[in-house]
Design a protein around this ligand. Structure first.
Ligand code: TUI
Length: 324
């Protein structure tokens, strides 16, 4: 399946792994890249030297392309941005902000730059600034989210920009992936399904929490503080939402979630920690290798397209390229 994204990034399949904080470290990134997708290291709030170490480890594990996700709210974002250029990383994605100030440095280093956007306005701005593609991430996704759903965001972004669009938020199987292509995307970004991959280093309790989640177990905390975050419902989210409703202070709410992701991912405290996952968690029932996940996604997606005869030729506007 060739699209402008597979061509631009030099990958086999149009599947990009989400740059998830604490989860997207070298083992997961290398496994996804080895299986023909694009693996990502999630820099999150980590210091730049940790990121440098992870980059070097992935390089030892695979010769295939991989990338780094820069979380722009991180106090280390500027240092991480520099390390990425120094280490000769080929692809960078960004999240939770506007990466404009790093774009010229990355482009000069020959890096493909793919900002994650949650609005048409930022997508257009990124295109004007020289981004190679954008990830349009709807609020079905786990972690820090925007306002719009994937269903509404992806086609509006696809119509607004000429650069290729990667659809994200709520994709867990071939049906979701095919739907993204129908909405105008040329690749998908997948997070939650890779969290439960064999190669994912998250605590067993975290995986179990996702594997046993039901459709309605996904909640958003932090709307009141301006940092909405989607997680799987647990003791701490119940407490948080109660306090949020009662008008608790920013500090009081923050104190409940500080260090929560580490607590859940590393310590396995899925009651008191923050179990970030997308709304599609309810669809995910098995732990597989990254290769199995990618092969299954591709088999399902191509079967769906084959079932449509030859009627699908890219996007409705005809400006996209696709050979399936
Ligand atoms: O970044 C993510 N997902 C994340 S980051 C993260 S770590 C974190 N933890 C707690 C609080 C904050 C961060 C966990 N999950 N996804 C990409 C994403 N970017 N989603 C939404 C956005 C976004 C939102 C607004 C990007 C840009 C934006 O506007 C920027 C602007 O200046 O216009």
């Amino acid at each position: 399946m060739k699209t402008r994204i597979t061509e631009c990034l030099g990958i086999e399949y149009p599947i990009i792994q989400g740059g998830m904080a604490w989860v997207a470290e070298h083992n997961l990134a290398a496994a996804v890249s080895e299986a023909g997708g694009l693996g990502l290291i999630g820099a999150a709030n980590a210091p730049a030297e940790w990121v440098r170490g992870e980059i070097r480890k992935v390089k030892e594990m695979t010769k295939k392309p991989f990338g780094v996700n820069v979380m722009l709210l991180s106090p280390y974002a500027a240092e991480v941005a520099k390390v990425i250029a120094e280490e000769g990383v080929k692809v960078v994605t960004t999240g939770a902000g506007n990466p404009e100030k790093y774009l010229s440095m990355w482009k000069e280093a020959g890096i493909k730059v793919i900002p994650v956007v949650a609005s048409v306005a930022l997508a257009k701005r990124m295109e004007r600034s020289g981004a190679d593609a954008v990830v349009a991430e709807g609020c079905e996704s786990g972690g820090h989210i925007g306002e719009l759903t994937t269903m509404t965001l992806v086609p509006q972004v696809a119509d607004a920009v000429e650069i290729p669009v990667i659809g994200a938020g709520g994709v867990g199987d071939g049906r979701g992936m095919a739907a993204m292509f129908m909405l105008g995307a040329e690749a998908v970004q997948i997070g939650t399904r890779f969290v439960v991959a064999h190669e994912s280093i998250v605590h067993e309790n975290y995986k179990k929490k996702i594997l046993s989640a039901k459709d309605i177990d996904s909640v958003v905390t932090g709307r009141a503080t301006g940092h909405p975050v989607r997680t799987v419902r647990n003791k701490v989210t119940r407490e948080y939402l109660k306090l949020e409703k009662e008008g608790a202070s920013f500090e009081e709410l923050e104190s409940l979630t500080i260090g929560g992701l580490r607590k859940a991912v590393i310590d396995g405290d899925v009651d008191r920690g923050s179990v970030m996952a997308g709304q599609i968690a309810g669809l995910i029932h098995k732990e597989q290798s990254c290769r199995e996940i990618i092969e299954e996604l591709m088999t399902e997606t191509t079967a769906l397209f084959a079932g449509m005869g030859n009627s699908y030729g890219g996007s409705l506007s005809g400006k996209k390229s696709f050979e399936g």
